[in-house]
Design a protein around this ligand. Structure first.
Ligand SMILES: [Zn+2]
Length: 83
């Protein structure tokens, strides 16, 4: 029997453990270039889930549209670009 993990924040559908889902998060990250491996490593210092969506709801979003919406939210005078 599948156990409930969470509910889709948009449609309310139950998301069970083991199901893939889409989450939109606010991460505080720090990138470092590792000379020894010639790779970039990103450390997530803090992560907060903003919204969790079932596959159907989550896959209906276009990431570029979400970026435009976030950029249009005024927080102070320094980051208002699209108003
Ligand atoms: Zn949904």
């Amino acid at each position: 029997m599948n156990r409930k993990f969470k509910e889709c924040n948009r449609c309310g559908k139950v998301i069970y453990y083991g199901n893939a889902y889409v989450s939109i998060n606010r991460n505080v990250e720090q990138g470092e270039f590792i000379i020894a491996t010639n790779n970039v490593e990103i450390t997530v210092i803090d992560s907060e889930e903003i919204i969790a969506l079932c596959g159907s709801c989550g896959n209906s979003f276009n990431a570029a549209i979400i970026e435009n919406i976030v950029n249009s939210i005024p927080t102070d005078d320094s980051n208002i670009r699209n108003n």
